[in-house]
Design a protein around this ligand. Structure first.
Ligand SMILES: Nc1ncnc2c1ncn2[C@@H]1O[C@H](COP(=O)(O)OP(=O)(O)OP(=O)(O)O)[C@@H](O)[C@H]1O
Ligand SMILES: [Mg+2]
Length: 490
């Protein structure tokens, strides 16, 4: 492990990092911070949740001239929520230096942004479209920018933002430094990226696997029709602290979150058709834990860092393997463990293989839990609740009533009744879920799948042809498989 003190970081920034509670640099930080400080162009690839934001944030913060109120650094990110999150992290890293960081993104009042830009920040963080909008209105001047960061670079290039990015880069002086970061960097995208870099250093943290080893990965082969009941059983058995469920389309996300609410789960959806205010409020509630299930399209797949996400469910398998890597990477962050479950319809089996080939890791097959197993899981959760309440040791007020009950019934009957009350029995409230058509059968990965059909929010995948098949035997779930372990950076 490398100490931040060994990396040539300024004392003010070292202090900020301490304040953030970071003790040692993660491998990607140890490798890229010195290169970034030495003004090198670089491509940094490391697994999800391993601290890439700080890896690019520290050199950016430490190479700015704070005597000047001009924009010297720009970070481009694919989604609004990510732009906000990155700007917050940069603010924390730059706290010691009193760095001023501003995020500008679509869906927010442009006049407010224009007013904020009147006193230029040191660093601007934004989404490509809105940045370009300001450039075209002449409200954003980038002539003094010397560091450009593309976070989730592969996603932005893949999503067809290359022209926007090139138009932004055209407004920045030639001799700027460019840093690209992502957990995934497919070769064709990397070649495309290198077009606008100078002799980039490529830093790949050497690990066997693309995904984080602390994430247990399972798949369940299941017919489209059976997905929802199995999902609710899994939620009951696994009782995640916070869970993210990814669906393929916006309609899917709406229907799923409504269905989950009907069955008594505390869920809300997030996707690109919601107002920005709604997107932010859903995310805030999820972070605070006032909702514990977030249903999302891939708009939430990249970069978002929400502590407490113990489980990720791919209700629909993603269309490309990179998306899988990022989706499941919303759990298992910063040394914590996580569980990822992926539903695969028999027709979509080929996608499983494509994902496994890319991640170089096999997902473990799991049989859908039965109703009995779900009930057992519920009972176990109820028992845990009772034990926690006993440990809380605040029971004196209830003792007399307890003694009265015990005079008339034996102890095990009383406890059984309490368990029954605390157990959520199977709920068969009807829900509406439009069947999603399976993805087209995939033979090999040739990048033809890259021409994805995005809507105006650059999110929606083109719906494809459909068929269903059969499922067969495999491993049965048991509760121990579902538990997350906690761990720290080694
Ligand atoms: N040196 C460190 N020590 C401890 N925690 C850290 C350190 N660096 C970053 N973290 C924390 O790790 C978490 C993940 O960081 P970050 O979001 O930068 O990951 P990432 O590599 O960008 O992931 P993704 O690929 O999903 O975008 C954050 O909560 C961050 O605060
Ligand atoms: Mg990141």
């Amino acid at each position: 492990m490398t100490k931040f003190e060994e990396l040539n970081i300024s004392p003010a920034t070292l202090k900020s990092l301490k304040r953030m509670g970071f003790e040692e640099a993660t491998p990607i930080q140890a490798e890229t911070i010195p290169l970034g400080l030495a003004n090198k162009d670089l491509i940094g690839q490391a697994q999800t949740g391993t601290g890439k934001t700080t890896a690019f944030g520290v050199p950016m913060i430490d190479t700015i001239d704070y005597t000047k109120d001009i924009i010297q650094g720009i970070v481009i990110a694919p989604t609004r929520e990510l732009a906000i999150q990155v700007s917050e992290e940069l603010y924390k890293i730059g706290y010691g230096k009193r760095a001023r960081v501003l995020s500008i993104y679509g869906g927010q009042d442009i006049n407010r942004q224009i007013r904020a830009l009147k006193r230029p920040p040191h660093i601007i963080v934004g989404t490509p479209g809105r940045l370009l909008d300001h450039i075209n209105r002449n409200t954003l001047k980038l002539d003094n920018v010397r560091t450009v960061i593309l976070d989730e670079a592969d996603e932005m290039l893949n999503m067809g933002f290359i022209e926007d990015i090139e138009a932004i880069l055209a407004k920045i002086p030639e001799d700027h430094q460019t840093l690209l970061f992502s957990a995934t960097m497919p070769a064709p995208i990397q070649r495309m990226a290198e077009r606008f870099m100078k002799d980039p250093q490529i830093v790949r943290v050497k690990t066997k696997e693309v995904t984080v080893s602390l994430i247990e990965q399972y798949y369940i082969e299941i017919q489209e029709k059976g997905k929802f009941d199995v999902l609710t059983r899994l939620l009951d058995i696994q009782s995640p602290e916070l869970a993210i469920i990814f669906g393929r389309t916006k309609r899917r996300v709406d229907e799923l979150s409504e269905a989950l609410n009907l069955r008594g789960y505390n869920a809300e959806g997030i996707h690109g058709d919601l107002s920005q205010a709604k997107r932010l409020s859903v995310l805030r509630k999820f972070k605070e834990g006032s909702i514990d299930v977030l249903v999302a399209t891939d708009v939430a797949a990249r970069g978002l860092d929400i502590s407490g996400v113990t489980h990720v469910y791919n209700f629909d398998i993603p269309q490309d393997p990179e998306s899988y890597v990022h989706r499941i990477g919303r759990t298992g962050r910063a040394g914590k463990a996580g569980v990822a479950m992926t539903f695969i319809t028999p027709r979509e089996k080929s996608y499983l293989h494509v994902v496994e080939k890319t991640t170089r890791k096999k997902m473990e097959r799991m049989e859908p839990p039965t109703l009995d197993e779900a009930l057992e899981g519920q009972q176990k959760a109820a028992m845990e609740k009772i034990i926690q309440t006993i440990d809380g040791n605040n029971l004196s007020y209830y003792k007399q009533a307890a003694d009265e009950l015990l005079e008339e019934h034996d102890a095990s009957t009383v406890v059984a009744a309490v368990l029954k009350m605390l157990t959520k029995e199977p709920d068969t409230t009807p829900v509406k879920l439009t069947e999603e058509k399976p993805l087209p059968v995939k033979r090999d990965r040739k990048f033809d799948d890259r021409k994805r059909g995005y809507d105006s929010n650059n999110r929606k995948r083109t719906p494809m042809k459909s068929r269903q098949g059969h499922s067969h035997g495999g491993k049965r779930p048991n509760n121990s498989q579902y538990k997350s372990k906690s761990n720290s950076y080694k």
